[in-house]
Design a protein around this ligand. Structure first.
Ligand code: UT7
Length: 338
C-alpha cells in the first residue's frame, strides 16, 4: 500500500524588526496609502545584520518539530525551499541539519522562488510515497531583503523576511472520519483521509524575464537584485492560480465548496481577492497574512499556514488548498486534509 504523507505539525519564525510603510517612504518615493491600496501590505519583518536564512529556518524548524511531537532523530530528510541561501553552496538545508544535531538522513535545497514551498511539498510527498523517506522536515525560509534594490520603489516595498516549516510523515493510516485507508485518488474514502491528497506543479521558462534576479555565480559572479514586470506577473498569477485550484479539485473529484481554507502565496492582497472572485470563493475562506508579512517568497505559504493553525481557524479534518506562483514562472498547488 502506498503510504500517505500526513502533516504532523508546523512552525514559523519572523525576525523581530518590523519595518512600516512610513519608514520605507523615507527611503524611496512612495506612500503608505499607495502600498496599501495596490498591495494590502502595511508592514514587513526584516532580518538583522548577521541574521541569516539558516537562522530563520532553524527557529521555524525547531517550532515545527515541537508542534509535531517528534524527535529530531526521527527525521530522515530535510528539504529547504529558498532563493536566498546563506552561501552559493553548500545548501542551507545542510546547515539546518547540523544545527538540529542530526547526523543521519539527507538534506538539500529547492529553488522555485515563491513556489518553492509547493515544489517542496510535492518533492517530500514523492519521497514518502516511494519509501525513500519516512519523516521529512520541509522548510520555506528567506532573507529576501538581501536581494532587493532598496532604491527601486516598484519592488522594495513588496517583500519581507521569514520562515515557516512543516513535518511530514508517512502514514499507513492517515484516516480521519473512518475513511478507506487503501483508497487511491478517485476511489471512495480517498478524500477523507488526513494528509496530502495531490500536488500539481507547473513552470514556463519562456516567462523568465518577467521576474528574475540580475546576477548569479555563473553570469555576473554577483548576487544581483530582484527585477519584476509587476503588472504582467499579476496577470499570470490570477489566471494560473485559479487554474491550479480547479486542476487540484478535478483530480480529486471535489468541488470548490469542499475547500475549508485556501492557503495562498502572499504576494498581493489584490491577487488573493481576484483569485477568490474568479473561483467564486468567499474571501473569508482565504488565509491572509500579506498585510503583516508582505511577500516572503518560499516562506509565505508555511507562515500563513502556521498562523491559521495556531489561531485555531484550521482544524483537524479541514480540506486545505495551498497554492503559489513565482519566478520562472513557476506555480503549483497542494490539496491537503489537515
Ligand atoms: O511573488 C511572486 C509573484 N509576484 C507578484 O505576484 C507581484 C505581482 N504584481 C503586483 O503585485 C503589482 O503589479 C504591483 C504591486 C507590483 C504593482 O501594482 P500595479 O497596480 O500593477 O502598478 P503598476 O506597476 O502598474 O504601477 C502603477 C504606477 C506607476 O506609475 P505610472 O507609470 O502610472 O506613472 C508606477 O511607477 O505606480 C507607480 N509605482 C509606485 N508609486 C508609488 C510603482 N511602485 C510604486 C510605489 N509607490 N512603491
Amino acid at each position: 500500500m502506498t503510504p500517505r504523507s500526513v502533516i504532523l505539525g508546523c512552525g514559523s519564525y519572523l525576525p523581530d524588526r518590523v519595518v512600516s510603510n512610513e519608514e520605507l517612504a523615507q527611503r524611496v518615493d512612495t506612500t503608505h496609502d499607495w502600498i496599501v491600496e495596490r498591495t494590502g501590505i502595511t508592514q514587513r519583518h526584516i532580518a538583522e545584520d548577521g541574521q541569516y536564512t539558516s537562522d530563520l529556518a532553524i527557529a521555524a524548524a525547531e517550532r515545527a518539530v515541537e508542534h509535531a511531537g517528534i524527535e529530531v532523530d526521527d527525521i530522515d530528510l530535510v528539504i529547504l525551499a529558498t532563493t536566498t541561501p546563506d552561501q552559493t553552496f553548500p545548501s542551507t538545508a545542510t546547515k539546518v541539519q547540523a544545527a538540529l544535531g542530526m547526523s543521519n538522513g539527507a538534506a538539500f535545497d529547492i529553488q522555485a522562488v515563491c513556489s518553492g514551498f509547493l515544489y517542496g511539498i510535492s518533492t517530500a510527498d514523492a519521497f514518502i510515497k516511494s519509501g525513500q523517506a519516512k519523516t521529512v522536515l520541509l522548510i520555506g525560509a528567506e532573507t529576501f531583503s538581501r536581494i532587493l534594490d532598496w532604491e527601486d520603489r516598484t519592488t522594495c516595498v513588496l517583500f519581507g523576511d521569514g520562515a515557516g516549516a512543516v513535518v511530514m510523515q508517512a502514514s499507513a493510516n492517515g484516516a480521519a472520519h473512518g475513511a478507506n485507508e487503501d483508497a487511491e485518488p478517485g476511489q471512495a474514502g480517498h478524500n477523507q483521509e488526513r494528509g496530502v491528497l495531490s500536488t500539481h506543479l507547473h513552470s514556463d521558462g519562456k516567462l523568465n524575464d518577467l521576474l528574475y534576479v540580475d546576477g548569479g555565480p555563473s553570469s555576473t559572479q554577483t548576487v544581483g537584485h530582484v527585477r519584476m514586470v509587476g503588472r504582467e506577473v499579476f496577470r499570470h498569477a490570477v489566471t494560473n492560480l485559479a487554474a491550479v485550484v480547479d486542476e487540484a479539485l478535478e483530480a480529486n473529484g471535489l468541488e470548490r465548496d469542499d475547500i475549508s481554507w485556501v492557503v495562498p502565496h502572499q504576494a498581493n492582497k489584490r491577487i488573493l481577492d481576484s483569485t477568490a472572485r474568479k473561483l467564486g470563493l468567499p474571501a473569508e475562506r482565504v488565509i491572509t497574512t500579506v498585510d503583516r508579512h508582505a511577500n516572503t517568497s518560499a516562506a509565505s505559504v508555511p507562515l500563513a499556514l502556521d498562523a491559521a493553525v495556531k489561531d485555531g481557524r484550521i482544524k483537524r479534518g479541514d480540506l486545505l488548498l495551498l497554492e503559489a506562483m513565482g519566478g520562472g514562472l513557476t506555480w503549483g498547488s497542494a490539496l491537503v486534509r489537515w
